[in-house]
Design a protein around this ligand. Structure first.
Ligand code: GDP
Length: 566
């Protein structure tokens, strides 16, 4: 307003507010103050200042088909890595030096002169991590299933991850070179998961391949192109580039380097850009062959040099008019990031569910179920989905048997779901990830309790009256069988402290095999009331003798939590 600070301070004093020159005033006071000088205030949030504004013409007729971006998923050892290698090799133009040897996180191959871009990190972890950050780039998932092995747990996980992201699947039935390969049987299994081939009345494209013997790789690539045509992928190469960071690192010689996948527009050497919370000006770009390039169009992965600092995978990249503007936006984003990280993200929990429903933020409660056995998993799934009301639908987006793993947590984070563990537990590492991603995991031993809690949560009547507090954890090192007494587990306490009065949960591969009291706790020959981390002890469980070496345990006590009055 071109008014001296001292005058404003005096004016504020007249209005009854004592302010110093460094003091921040709220927007209401600012509005009153401004009106005293006949000036109007428009309140802009910091967030709005981080949004890039551009004026450029985007004409319909400039939109062109763009290559599909593909992620390879499937069960471990079914041949994802081998397939990515095979595709690279298939495409080496005769005589070209070395082919694609550079690892930049993604590469592009051509079939009949039409390009396809593959993300170089197979598996659904990378896919889901990107989604969790709101950075889905994948257009098509290639699901690798070994024809001698069929549908396995991670195959189902991959299918659910792709379905949840609404990304179409092309199936690669791999290892058909093996004598015991049975692609027909696998097609049948996959049909049960909705992946029905066209000749059976479905829409899923299949290719029978051998990644090892490099058989039918071109056929698979053709199927991918066919699928791409069906989803009609387009971009406008004449716009300023927009894309996502696939990988980023600090290179000793070259400084911060990021592999950027251009999603729309074209990136040129010399362009100024915002990348996550940083800015930059393209100093040089390299393609997946390590060749310097001057520009990169839609769906092309390139290594970009000239960034102010190392961004994160999944960060958005956007070219802007000027270096100055890029720096300004980056600075505002860093400010916002500092503010945001001070706040908590609103992830769905059973405790907050009713509030979120009321605020209209949630219409669907998404659930991931992990159970010890298939029967309980199915029963839980049915029971939960039946709880759907007209207000909120309960949807099980993934269910499986076995311990809760990192991939479950990342899927929950990506789709804002809660995890229900039934007779299963996660490892400490997985708990850490859940904590970081703010994903809520609940554990139960009785189906009735699960349905009760979810129902109560939906109605906002959840009363978490009892809470478990983990007191310690450890591992079984050796088992001593003593006649007439039973099995004594020789254990090492690895964290916290184990007390005789605690309850104990024994786990094998994440599945709870015992949950009850400690019958005896001994240090050497003597009874002990507690054992600290780092110490060994002998534990006997009540009426349970089936402990084995390498079983893990956690001890806990149940505490009563006062009901919150809000
Ligand atoms: P990933 O865990 O899914 O990445 O699986 P890999 O690509 O590492 O492959 C696992 C194993 O299967 C390796 O020993 C490969 O050599 C083998 N393999 C992969 N594809 C084929 C194939 O088409 N035929 C045969 N016989 N073996 C294969």
């Amino acid at each position: 307003m071109n008014i001296k600070a001292s005058e404003l301070i005096a004016k504020l004093m007249k209005l009854g507010m004592m302010a110093t020159i460094n003091q921040v005033i709220d927007s209401e006071t600012a509005e009153i103050l401004a009106s005293e000088y006949g000036t109007e205030v428009s309140v802009v949030s910091l967030y709005q200042e981080t949004v890039i504004k551009k004026e450029e013409e985007d004409k319909e007729e400039d939109w062109r088909p763009r290559p599909p971006i593909v992620t390879v998923m499937g069960h471990v050892d079914h041949g994802k890595t081998k397939l990515l290698d095979a595709i690279r090799k298939t495409n080496v133009v005769d005589g070209e030096f070395g082919g694609i040897t550079q690892h930049i996180g993604a590469y592009t191959v051509k079939i009949n002169d039409r390009p396809i871009t593959f993300l170089d990190t197979p598996g659904h972890e990378a896919f889901t991590t990107m989604r969790a950050r709101g950075a889905s780039v994948t257009d098509i998932v290639v699901l690798v299933v070994a024809a001698d092995d069929g549908v396995k747990p991670q195959t189902i996980e991959a299918i659910n991850h792709a379905k949840d992201a609404e990304v179409p699947i092309v199936v690669a039935l791999n290892k058909i070179d093996l004598p015991n390969a049975n692609p027909e049987r696998v097609r049948n299994e996959l049909a049960n998961y909705g992946l029905v081939q066209e000749t059976w009345g479905g829409h899923t494209l299949y290719a029978e391949i051998s990644a090892k013997k490099i058989l039918n790789i071109e056929k698979l690539l053709e199927q991918i192109l066919l699928q791409a045509e069906m989803i009609d992928l387009r971009a406008n190469p004449s716009l300023m580039a927009k894309g996502k960071v696939i990988e980023a690192k600090l290179d000793a010689g070259r400084g911060p380097v990021a592999t950027v996948l251009v999603e729309n527009g074209t990136m040129h050497v010399g362009d100024s850009f915002v990348i996550g919370v940083y800015s930059g000006k393209v100093r040089a770009m390299f393609d997946d062959h390590g060749n310097a390039v001057d520009e990169a169009g839609p769906s092309m992965p390139v290594e970009v040099l000239g960034i102010s600092s190392v961004p994160s995978a999944g960060d958005p990249v956007e070219v802007v008019e000027s270096e100055k503007y890029a720096k300004q936006i980056a600075q505002k984003r860093q400010e916002l990031l500092r503010q945001e990280s001070a706040k908590k993200v609103r992830k769905v929990t059973l405790e907050s569910l009713n509030e979120l429903i009321k605020e209209g933020e949630v219409q669907e409660l998404r659930v991931i179920i992990k159970a010890d056995v298939d029967g309980s998993m199915q029963a839980l799934k049915e029971a939960l989905e039946k709880l759907s009301t007209s207000e909120v639908r309960v949807k099980v987006i993934h269910s499986g048997t076995g311990g809760i793993n990192e991939s479950d947590v990342m899927l929950a984070s990506a789709s804002n779901a809660v995890i229900i563990g039934y007779h299963v537990r996660p490892t400490a590492r997985v708990l850490d990830v859940a904590e970081k991603e703010k994903v809520s995991i609940k554990f139960y031993n009785i189906i009735f309790e699960v349905t009760n809690d979810i129902k109560a949560a939906m109605e906002g009547m959840l009363s978490p009256e009892f809470k478990e507090e983990i007191t310690g954890g450890g591992e079984v090192r050796q088992v001593f069988k003593i006649s007439k007494v039973g099995s004594i587990a020789g254990c090492i306490v690895t964290s916290g402290k184990v007390e005789k009065t605690n309850k104990l949960r024994m786990m094998r591969d994440g599945v709870v095999i015992y949950d009850g009291v400690i019958k005896t706790l001994k240090r050497f020959k003597d009874d002990a009331s507690s054992v600290d981390a780092g110490q060994e002890c002998g534990i006997q469980l009540d009426g349970f003798n089936d402990v084995k070496e390498s079983d893990a345990f956690e001890t806990y006590r149940v505490i009563q939590v006062a009901k919150k009055l809000e």
